[in-house]
Design a protein around this ligand. Structure first.
Ligand code: SF4
Ligand code: SF4
Ligand code: SF4
Length: 373
């Protein structure tokens, strides 16, 4: 079999995973994506990589050894090389298992390695990924289906009044408290644009928090350092004050892997709402901002300036909040110097049970047959 055929097999495997590669409503995988895979996966490893399943399915070293008909030592060496090239993920501690990254990570992990790749490879990957994301509109796959976003906004705890009901999976501090391992790594979206000289903001690049399995992966791959729960909470508060919006996976049970702190200029999630034409790019939090004591407003317009979703406009006496645009992120609440903005509970978004329920729903709505195991 020729190498080109192996890359086609890999592309088809990725296309049958959550998100897929082909544009929504089409089963054609673009030449841009094909070139991206050829650039990312070394030619001497592609024939072995296609023997692995795509996450969440995983394969043991022993099974992989049988599949490629080599010694266990050689099989381990190949798997580690694929891991070090950001093509596969490694799970488990004593008994290691491997899987091909989901399309989201095939797209979002390489930017964390740009500084380690040869310059030509890094530039090519950055350029190709922006092309299929923006020009070819793959951002729609990245964000979910038109009805069901894969991620959701989550407010910082201090923006929610204590007397209000906040559910554990809607509380960013509870997700941190319940975690076993946390990491701090660079933001892939900002890295990609920075590399291309297109970044417009000066928000911190080191701002993504890996959780549990996500943290383990980023630390082992050398992309992140471990951080304590207290440091993670303090960082999230600081980033929220700067105006960044926290997002996480749109399910309630099981392991969250990432807490992002997103800006409307670089982020491909909330950017779906602010830069592209995808109002359902990310699910809103089940909260909405309200101004409590209008007469105490000093018309400083900090809230107008900080809102990433353009949901606040200055009126005659005080700002007006557009309830349809408000995503309940809490950024205006923590930044109002007079503390007169509050989040109110509003039941408007379903949060899915786990990654499987979410993945199957998105697949059904996008008319895509996906393989989860
Ligand atoms: S989703 Fe947001 S925080 Fe996460 S990598 Fe993209 S911009 Fe950074
Ligand atoms: S008004 Fe804007 S900043 Fe305030 S909670 Fe809503 S989306 Fe967030
Ligand atoms: S930040 Fe607070 S005080 Fe300033 S304009 Fe907004 S509501 Fe008024």
């Amino acid at each position: 079999m020729k190498n080109e055929e192996y890359y086609e097999i890999l592309a088809k495997k990725l296309d049958s995973a959550i998100q897929g590669l082909s544009k929504m409503g089409s089963d054609k995988i673009s030449e841009t994506w094909m070139e991206y895979l050829r650039t990312l996966v070394p030619t001497d490893l592609i024939q072995y990589m296609i023997k692995l399943p795509v996450f969440p399915a995983v394969m043991t070293i022993r099974k992989f050894t049988r599949e490629i008909d080599k010694t266990e030592e050689k099989a381990t060496e190949i798997l580690e090389e694929l891991f070090n090239n950001d093509c596969v993920m490694r799970v488990g501690s004593k008994k290691k298992k491997y899987a091909i990254h989901l399309p989201l990570l095939i797209f979002d992990v390489p930017p964390l390695s740009y500084e380690r790749y040869p310059k030509e490879k890094a530039e090519k990957l950055a350029r190709l990924s922006i092309k299929f994301l923006e020009e070819e509109e793959w951002y729609k796959n990245f964000e979910g289906s038109p009805e069901t976003p894969l991620t959701r906004v989550i407010p910082v705890q201090e923006s929610v009044p204590i007397q209000q009901n906040i559910l554990p999976y809607e509380d960013v501090e509870k997700i941190i408290d319940d975690s076993k391992l946390l990491s701090l790594q660079k933001c892939a979206c900002r890295m990609r644009l920075e590399y291309l000289g297109r970044r417009k903001c000066d928000y911190p690049i080191e701002s993504c928090i890996g959780v549990n399995q996500g943290a383990k992966y980023f630390i082992e791959r050398g992309h992140a350092k471990e951080i304590s729960k207290d440091d993670a909470k303090a960082l999230l508060k600081k980033l929220n004050k700067l105006g960044l919006v926290h997002t996480t996976e749109n399910f309630r049970k099981g392991n969250h892997t990432l807490i992002c702190s997103c800006c409307s200029c670089c982020c491909n999630l909330i950017g779906g709402i602010t830069r592209y034409d995808n109002p359902r790019a990310v699910a809103a939090a089940n909260y909405i901002a309200t101004i409590m004591n209008i007469e105490e407003c000093q018309k400083c317009e900090i809230c107008v300036e900080k809102c990433n979703f353009d949901a606040i406009r200055m009126g005659e006496i005080s700002p007006n909040i557009d309830q349809k645009r408000c995503m309940g992120c809490g950024v205006c609440v923590v930044n109002c110097p007079n503390q007169i903005i509050e989040l109110k509970r509003i039941e408007r978004e379903e949060i899915y049970r786990d990654v499987i329920e979410l993945g199957l729903k998105v697949a059904k709505e996008t008319d895509r047959e996906i393989k989860l195991f």
